[in-house]
Ligand binder design. Structure first.
Ligand SMILES: *[C@@H]1O[C@H](CO)[C@@H](O)[C@H](O)[C@H]1NC(C)=O
Ligand SMILES: *[C@@H]1O[C@H](CO)[C@@H](O)[C@H](O)[C@H]1NC(C)=O
Ligand SMILES: *[C@@H]1O[C@H](CO)[C@@H](O)[C@H](O)[C@H]1NC(C)=O
Ligand SMILES: *[C@@H]1O[C@H](CO)[C@@H](O)[C@H](O)[C@H]1NC(C)=O
Ligand SMILES: *[C@@H]1O[C@H](CO)[C@@H](O)[C@H](O)[C@H]1NC(C)=O
Length: 466
């Protein structure tokens, strides 16, 4: 399978790419879950204990009796046996210590809620590997990487904590998560209402599945975020694809582009789809991380990074070379805010803390999230979602085919009104909000929209906006 398709599969809820445009969205998806990292408040993350629990590799069959060690973090500084509670982070696709570092919100509310904090690592990520280093090797080893198995791990862990920690037994547990972790928090409450009294599902695109929301929503929101900072900004990006196409027709054009973008290695015409994916991914990541303060989630970024980027993209109707030089300035905001970058490497994912390989398997099995663009309502090249092609790519990468309707069968799709006590929060800048619950469903299935909010802004530590 060619790399573009692979990229499409990669990455959390981070990004989409088309013949270029859509893959980044998928990567975005990958990252969807990430929460906040706060350069200003690193201290909190040290105040936890790292623990392990023995979990069954397969909770749903009796043939395989193997177990593995699941990692979790626990902090009880503010916990009170009397009147306290347990806040339980339903880990998503990444190293749980990194997720913990980026979930300042729980640390911020611990004292007020007299809460014990628990961060559970998702199986197949971080240290929680059912088959050690073979875990991600092939579909045989990956067979137990599903949301259902992960939720069962969380249920077992909570029962274990309640049994073994004196005073915990009768305390309410609230599930909290962001991005894919937010989907898990909501689903955990739906499937295990006897174990968690409620859930905060932040930036959780539980409807980003087949036939539930239009596949173009995500990239439309990305585009809107850029247009908000001046229509010329998204227009410049829109025009950049044609400029790249024209320049990449000749070898002198390719050489010029290599230089103009300060690329680490010379571009060939075969690289162009990857280059475009990488660009799209960059715009998507900026939309997800358009936080009001300087942050360091995937990359060090200034406050309101899209505003900074758009300062370089004010003139769409200029020569191809000038337009692309401006695009380079914009890229430099994302890749070189630190001033340390020697060159830009379009083969490099900007998401090393995320479990991109495991997530690429998940999107090829349960988490089938359609992305498309039309180049009219969005600033990307047109890209049609093609399930057959997606399925073929999955088959060649993993030897498995996706089941696009399974999540809806399992978790109810739009028909979830029989459930209770879930708060769905979404930032209106977050492209993932397009697949999220943004209107109240009942009195206890409540939607909160955060004006000017990017991806799970609410789970980040409180910081002073500039
Ligand atoms: C989490 O934060 C701690 C303390 O600042 C730091 O030592 C550690 O490297 C961080 N872990 C990750 C994965 O970012
Ligand atoms: C937007 O671009 C047009 C055409 O290049 C130009 O005339 C106009 O001044 C630009 N607007 C801003 C706000 O820069
Ligand atoms: C990154 O920024 C530094 C400082 O402005 C500059 O010297 C360097 O050339 C930049 N790197 C790239 C790849 O443009
Ligand atoms: C670019 O990134 C790829 C993938 O991470 C890596 O293999 C390659 O060495 C990098 N190239 C340079 C010049 O840093
Ligand atoms: C939704 O679920 C309820 C039961 O919870 C059922 O009565 C109703 O017919 C369902 N609606 C749809 C559109 O499936």
């Amino acid at each position: 399978m060619g790399r573009p398709a692979l990229w499409l599969l990669l990455q959390f809820l981070l990004i989409p790419g088309a013949a270029a445009g859509i893959r980044p969205a998928l990567r975005a998806l990958g990252n969807l879950h990430l929460s906040s990292s706060s350069t200003s408040r690193p201290a909190v993350a040290n105040n936890y204990l790292v623990r392990y629990i023995q979990q069954k590799v397969d909770h749903f069959g009796f043939h395989n009796a193997k177990t593995f060690k699941q990692r979790y973090l626990i902090a009880d500084k503010h916990w009170r046996k009397d009147g306290g509670s347990i806040l339980f982070y339903t880990g998503n696709e990444g190293d749980i210590t990194w997720i913990c570092n980026n979930t300042g919100f729980m640390w911020d509310v611990a004292e007020e809620m007299k809460a014990m904090l628990v961060f559970a690592e998702h199986r197949y990520y971080g240290e929680s590997l059912p088959f050690g280093e073979d875990s991600l090797k092939d579909s045989k080893h990956l067979n137990y990487l599903t949301s259902e198995q992960a939720l069962a791990d969380y249920a077992m862990l909570i029962r274990h904590l309640k049994r073994t920690i004196p005073g915990a037994k009768n305390q309410p547990v609230i599930a909290i998560g962001g991005s894919y972790g937010g989907m898990l928090a909501a689903w955990f409450r739906m499937k295990y209402p006897h174990i968690v009294v409620g859930a905060l599902a932040s930036s959780a695109p539980i409807w980003h599945f087949k036939d539930l929301v239009p596949c173009g929503e995500f990239m439309k929101i990305v585009t809107r975020d850029f247009t908000k900072n001046g229509p010329n900004c998204s227009q410049s990006i829109h025009m950049s694809w044609g400029a790249i196409n024209r320049l990449s027709k000749t070898s002198s054009g390719l050489q010029w582009l290599t230089k103009a973008f300060h690329l680490c290695s010379p571009l060939t015409s075969e690289d162009i789809p990857y280059l475009k994916d990488w660009l799209s991914e960059t715009w998507v990541n900026l939309a997800m991380m358009d936080y009001p303060y300087a942050s360091d989630f995937l990359q060090p970024l200034p406050a309101w990074p899209i505003k900074v980027v758009c300062q370089y993209l004010k003139h769409p109707h200029v020569s191809d070379s000038l337009l692309l030089q401006n695009i380079f300035q914009a890229l430099n905001v994302y890749y070189n805010y630190s001033g340390q970058a020697k060159c830009l490497n379009f083969s490099q994912a900007a998401t090393s803390n995320l479990g991109t390989l495991g997530w690429s398997y998940q999107v090829c099995t349960e988490m089938v999230m359609p992305f498309c663009t039309n180049g009219i309502e969005d600033m990307f090249e047109p890209y049609l979602w093609n399930l057959k092609k997606f399925s073929d790519d999955c088959y060649s990468q993993w030897g498995v085919r996706p089941r696009p309707s399974w999540i809806t069968t399992m978790y109810g799709g739009k028909n979830i009104s029989s459930h209770t006590n879930i708060v769905f929060s979404n930032g209106d800048l977050d492209p993932w909000s397009g697949g999220g619950v943004t209107k109240d469903i009942t009195d206890t299935l409540v939607a909160i929209t955060i004006p000017q909010g990017a991806h799970h802004l609410d789970l980040r530590a409180v910081e002073i906006a500039h």
